[in-house]
Design a protein around this ligand. Structure first.
Ligand code: NJP
Length: 229
């Protein structure tokens, strides 16, 4: 794989996004890291080998102009955009009365509109490179979880991924939905040994992007071996 290929990741400051950045650099990509936490992104750039391998761009995916700036920074600094991983997102307490309306507001905007904005901003660049779109869905986007608006947002991402795939059909751009089960990340407040590691998902992402150009892995669904639901 050429080392000129460029991999943009949102939600890159921790968990699945950060683990994917490590695997992408290992595979020869240069990575562009988007999230709101500048300090974490700067530390990750250092851990990935510095400015020749990685670029940090402070990004709030709910803001359209931040998504435009993320893609522009990737093109200006590294020359192209080959992969975009719309991964930023977070959850909420289950139960229709158990979370604040403000938290719901921010979660829906981040998980749904944020992902749509990131892909929208990237499409012209991806068409030019016959690149690859990946979105982080969830097991919760394949089965309804009780009292979970989070689950509803991930059902939206499941549908969004297929909508994007059909919209880009024939352009050479590939689309992959990554649907994880439980992964041990800051997503959860309580630690558990029964979950996947972020690197387990990162390897799935790299599997999808490393296929020959005529192969489009449309969805990868990964659960830990002990997950019931
Ligand atoms: O969690 P975490 P994961 N704009 O908390 C960022 C899905 N998922 O890796 O902005 C830009 O380590 C946040 O950064 P910061 C999950 O729904 C997970 O597990 O600096 N970025 C951080 O980098 C999500 O879509 C599990 O606070 C924003 C990242 O998002 C994806 O996996 C299971 C942002 C979250 O990283 C990654 O989550 C599953 C914004 N407005 C799906 N808001 C699981 N862990 O079990 C947040 O099925 N971020």
């Amino acid at each position: 794989m050429s080392d000129s290929r460029v991999f943009v990741i949102t939600g890159a400051s921790s968990g699945i996004g950060a683990a994917t950045a490590h695997r992408a650099v290992e595979a020869g990509y240069r990575v562009v890291l988007g999230a709101r936490s500048k300090d974490k992104l700067d530390a990750l750039v250092e851990a990935l080998g510095g400015a020749s391998h990685a670029l940090a761009v402070t990004t709030d995916v709910t803001k359209w102009e931040d998504n435009e700036a993320l893609i522009a920074a990737a093109q200006d600094t590294f020359g192209s955009v080959d992969v975009v991983f719309a991964n930023a997102g977070f959850g909420a307490a289950r139960g229709w009365l158990n979370e604040t309306p403000e938290h719901w507001h921010d979660m829906v905007l981040t998980n749904v509109l944020g992902a749509a904005y990131t892909v929208r901003a990237a499409i012209p660049a991806l068409k030019a490179t016959k690149g690859h779109v990946l979105l982080t869905g969830s097991v919760a986007g394949r089965k309804a979880l009780p009292g979970s608006l989070y689950s509803s947002t991930k059902w939206a991402v499941t549908g969004m991924s297929e909508s994007i795939r059909q919209d880009l059909n024939g352009t050479g751009v590939r689309t992959t939905l990554i649907s994880p089960g439980g992964v041990e990340t800051p997503f959860f407040d309580n630690p558990s040994q029964d979950r996947l590691e972020p690197d387990d998902i990162a390897r799935a992402v790299l599997y999808a992007v490393s296929q020959p150009p005529h192969v489009d892995i449309n969805e990868i669904f990964v659960r830990p071996i002990a997950q019931e639901g």
